[in-house]
Every structure is written in structure tokens, then in C-alpha cells.
Ligand binder design. Structure first.
Ligand code: BLA
Length: 514
């Protein structure tokens, strides 16, 4: 059924996962009009659960006046945030067992989900507030990102009971890596440290996860329950973006099968409004997580996100402070000097102290001065000539982490010059400052061959996820650590100070000769 050749991964982005037209069978779903509370659609299993046909009824008749009234009060106003939910455990008039009612609003629909409390309570654990508080205080105590991720994985697993919990972090290109793993020792598979291509979690899924914070699959092999609508509303699909029991993409469920995962969870980790990563839960068998515990897992992911923000901003702040101090030191030297080259290369602090560079250089007309590990002078002059001719006139700086790819003649120097940050000093582009970064000796281990994330399917499905997650080692050559945009900013500021020296020098020469 599977053709071996890879297909375009962007096909994955076309599945409209917010309107799957079905839910998972552990819940029942009713969608009602926000104004009249009349039911406009429901899942096909409502009749079994509630012993009546909800189409034609309204929420008052279906859920009783008390519940309907709470829903109306909370969700009927103008501009209700779709993240806002009403949650209540009740015994409905039509059902003998207590059910968990969760309602939210999406546009002109109110969506109510009912979940039967499990018949055997020993099958699930339920997070106490104390567990959650302890977990959060441990997160607060973690001093580095790695520690915090390890604590988050361990505490989330203790809370939810999954066989394995991973902290998955996206990179700027939306590839991702498992940066922490806590698992049952009997599961020998490990995904720790592996990298996964962006198409494993395609764009529309990331967009949905940015809005809606968690997903739980109880049994990967479930039979989806389709939604049925009243004839009047049959053409407008119900948006299940925020529905807890939304049926997940069959392509993703196939992926889980290939990974050996049955019950699963993913909770969004949002840092400064951006999807930073996911807390991922894996279970080899079906796994039910009680509603309170699901909510606690989301709280924990939020606490982790805040700790990430604190740790990252503290690290960045310290690094920036150190650089600003060095920059003003160099600017002081420049102010005392008529020769920018000696001011930047012959004092206690030099250009080489900036930006974790392995080498630095000045180009002043055709004179090159070098510090640390750099290409030879003629190669630096060739780089300067290339920059002068290729950089658009309105650009004063250039930075890359893969210089040889942009400038093949520099390939022989990749070991010391895979990264390049260069700034022009003057508008005539006669003078430049350059910083070089070494190649990071790197092998990247992927969970499967990243060139073949998607396979062509035949029959009803056009695309299939890869079937092997065997470690696939890619050797990366010619790549350095990237320069940050604040570093480019400091380099540009320094270049401006240098320009002052150059102008002063020119005036002096003009006075002497004139
Ligand atoms: C969704 N893909 C996901 C999700 C994860 C991953 C975590 C979130 C859904 C969930 O809660 O389970 C991927 N899972 C991973 C990764 C690891 C993991 C990387 O455990 C590693 C540790 N996926 C493919 C291909 C396609 C694809 C080829 O590999 C498309 C052709 C699609 N993945 C896909 C889609 C979703 C998804 C459509 C959204 C599922 C949904 O929310 O409906």
C-alpha cells in the first residue's frame, strides 16, 4: 500500500483538522445556537448516553435549567474568549451516572461536551492540588533550562501516569527535538535527544495548538463518532478547535501506531505568545486521564513555560550586559585614539572578546589585521570584496551561520569561518569589522530519515507518515552557532563609533595636508 518515494510534506498542511466532523467515543458533544440555545448538531452517540434525541431540543430541555443557565450566563455575552470554559460535574435528569459537563463558545455556537465519569475509578488517578503545587515549586527551583525540562517531564508523568513524557522544543524552522524524557524503565525505546522534521507537526496543527492548549487520545484505535446536524445547519461544519474530544487526524493516529504509542497527550508550551514546544505523553496501552488531571497538566505546562521565560530572559540579559560593557570599553579606547585598528586590536579588550567569536579581523582599505583563528589575509580581502559587491547599498551588516554555502571560495576555511558577522564602517565601504565563528562539529540525530517524512499512500489516503523512527544520523558540515540579532545590533553600533574615528583621522590628514 505504500510507495517508497517521499512526497511533498506540505500536503500535510492541507488537512482541516479543526473540522473533522467527528469526536472520540469517550465523550458526547452537543452544539447549540448561542442566542436560542437550540441544538444544531450533536455527536451520533448522544441518544445512547442521554436516552433522547437532542435535535429539536434546546440546552434547557437537554441539560436542565441550572446547567443551561450557567452556560448562558458565562458564554452568551459579546466577544467571549473561546478559551473560556464552563465546567461542572452534574447528574443529568436523563442519566443515572454523574457526568462532567464542559462548555465553550466558538462564534455563534455553544459547544457542550459530556464525559461519563469512568465506571472504575481505580483506573485513573486524579491530581490533588497539593501534587500540582509541589510540582510547581520544584519547577521554580530548577536553575537551568535542562533542569526545568527534566523536572517538568518527571512531574507531568507522576501526575498523569503516562509510560513516557517528553518535553519537545521547536527550533526556528519548526523542526523539533525531545530535550527531556521521563519514562517507565520497562520501555526500552528512547526518543531523548532526537530531532524531528517540521512536517511531523504541520502548520495548521501548530496554529490550532497555539489557540487550544491540550489534546488527549484515550485509545488510538477508537472508532470516531460522526457529528449529525439539523438540516438547517448541515452545511456549516462545527469548528472543534476548542473541543476536548475532537477526533484527531487519522494520519497522526497512523504515526502513533508506527511509534508504538496508543494513549497520548500533547499540551502546548507557550512562551511570549509563541508555541515554544509541547509536553508529549505516550502510553503503550489505552490511557484515560481524568478531567481534573488534564487541567493540572495544563497548569504545569504553563508553569514550565513561565520558568523557561525567566531563565531565558535572565541568561539573555546577563549576556547582553556583558557585551554592552565590553562595547563601551572599546568605544572609550576609540575615543582616545586616531587609529581604530590599534584601538580595537591592541588593548586589554579587543574585538575578539565580543560575540563568542573564534577569530576577528579589521579591514582598513587593503590592510588586514587579524586576531584568533581566521582565514588568511588574502582570503579576508576576497571576502571584503565580495561583501562590497553583493550587499545592497542600504545594508551595513551581514551575518550568517553557513558562510561557505553563501560564498563557496571560503569553503576551505569552514573550520574557523563557518559563521561570519561583518559590518561596514563607512559609507564608501573601505573599512570593515569582521567576526568569525568556527564550525560546530555536529552530528544531528533524527528520529527517522528527515528527507522522507511523508510517503505516498494509495487508495483513499494520499499521504502517510514514515514508518521507521530508527536513529538517522546526519553529519552537518560548515555550520556555526548563529549570531543573534542583538549581537548584530551591537556590531553596528560599534561600527558607528569607529566611523567617528575614521572621520576625525581624515580631518586631521586634511588639516595637515591642506
Ligand atoms: C500532530 N504530531 C502531531 C502531534 C505530535 C506530533 C506530538 C500532536 C498531536 C498529539 O497530541 O498527539 C509529532 N509526536 C510527534 C513527534 C514526537 C511525538 C515529533 O511523540 C516526537 C517525540 N505527521 C506526519 C506526517 C503528517 C503528519 C507525514 O508525520 C502529514 C502528512 C500530520 N501530525 C499531523 C497532523 C497532526 C499531527 C495533521 C494534527 C493532529 C490533530 O491534532 O488532529
Amino acid at each position: 500500500r505504500v510507495r517508497a518515494e517521499p512526497v511533498d510534506p506540505s500536503l500535510c498542511e492541507q488537512e482541516p483538522i479543526h473540522i473533522p466532523g467527528a469526536i472520540q467515543p469517550h465523550a458526547v458533544l452537543v452544539a447549540a445556537d448561542v442566542g436560542t440555545l437550540a441544538v444544531v448538531a450533536c455527536s451520533g452517540n448522544v441518544r445512547d448516553a442521554l436516552d433522547r434525541d437532542p435535535l429539536g431540543l434546546d440546552l434547557v430541555a437537554l441539560l436542565g435549567a441550572e446547567v443551561a443557565c450557567r452556560i448562558r450566563e458565562s458564554l452568551q455575552g459579546e466577544a467571549v474568549d473561546p478559551g473560556r470554559i464552563v465546567r461542572q460535574r452534574v447528574v443529568l435528569p436523563s442519566a443515572a451516572l454523574p457526568v462532567e459537563v464542559v462548555a465553550h463558545r466558538n462564534g455563534d455556537r455553544i459547544i457542550v461536551e459530556l464525559e461519563l465519569a469512568p465506571a472504575r475509578p481505580e483506573d485513573f488517578r486524579s491530581a490533588s492540588q497539593l501534587d500540582t503545587e509541589l510540582a510547581i515549586s520544584r519547577l521554580r527551583g530548577a536553575g537551568t533550562l535542562e533542569d526545568a525540562a527534566a523536572v517538568a517531564a518527571r512531574e507531568t508523568r507522576a501526575l498523569t501516569g503516562f509510560d513516557c513524557v517528553l518535553v519537545y522544543r521547536f527550533d526556528p524552522d519548526w523542526n523539533g527535538a525531545a530535550i527531556a524524557e521521563d519514562k517507565d524503565p520497562s520501555w526500552t525505546r528512547s526518543l531523548f535527544g532526537l530531532r524531528f522534521p517540521a512536517s511531523d507537526i504541520p502548520a495548521q496543527a501548530r496554529a490550532l495548538y497555539t489557540r487550544s492548549k491540550s489534546r488527549f487520545v484515550i485509545d488510538r484505535d477508537y472508532v470516531p463518532v460522526p457529528l449529525v446536524a439539523t438540516p438547517a445547519t448541515a452545511n456549516a461544519p462545527i469548528d472543534l478547535t476548542f473541543a476536548q474530544a475532537r477526533s484527531l487526524s487519522p494520519i497522526h493516529l497512523e504515526y502513533q501506531r508506527n511509534l508504538g504509542v496508543n494513549g497520548s497527550m500533547s499540551v502546548s508550551i507557550m512562551v511570549e505568545g509563541r508555541l515554544w514546544g509541547l509536553m508529549i505523553g505516550h502510553h503503550r496501552r489505552p490511557h484515560y486521564v481524568a478531567p481534573e488531571t488534564r487541567a493540572a497538566a495544563t497548569v504545569l505546562a504553563d508553569a514550565f513555560a513561565m520558568r523557561v521565560y525567566e531563565l531565558e530572559s535572565r541568561r539573555l540579559w546577563q549576556e547582553q550586559q556583558a557585551h554592552l560593557a565590553l562595547e563601551s570599553e572599546l568605544v572609550r579606547e576609540l575615543a582616545r585614539s586616531d587609529d581604530f585598528v590599534s584601538a580595537l586590536t591592541e588593548n586589554t579588550h579587543t574585538l575578539l572578546d565580543l560575540f563568542d567569536a573564534g577569530g576577528a579581523a579589521t579591514v582598513s582599505n587593503d590592510a588586514v589585521r587579524r586576531l584568533g583563528a581566521t582565514p588568511p589575509p588574502d582570503a579576508i580581502l576576497a571576502i571584503a570584496a565580495w561583501l562590497r559587491s553583493t550587499l545592497p547599498a542600504n545594508r551595513t551588516s551581514y551575518a550568517t551561520a553557513e558562510f561557505a554555502a553563501a560564498h563557496p571560495p571560503s569553503a576551505p576555511y569552514a573550520e574557523c569561518a563557518s559563521g561570519l558577522l561583518a559590518v561596514f564602517v563607512d559609507s564608501e565601504r573601505r573599512h570593515l569589522l569582521l567576526w568569525f565563528r568556527p564550525e560546530v562539529p555536529s552530528t544531528v540525530t533524527w528520529g527517522g530519515d528527515p528527507r522522507k517524512p511523508v510517503l505516498a499512500g494509495s487508495g483513499p489516503v494520499a499521504v502517510l507518515p514514515r514508518r521507521s523512527f530508527e536513529r538517522w544520523v546526519e553529519e552537518r558540515r560548515g555550520v556555526s552557532e548563529p549570531f543573534a540579532s542583538w549581537q548584530i545590533g551591537i556590531a553596528e553600533a560599534l561600527a558607528q563609533a569607529v566611523e567617528g574615528v575614521v572621520l576625525r583621522q581624515q580631518r586631521k590628514i586634511a588639516e595637515l595636508t591642506g
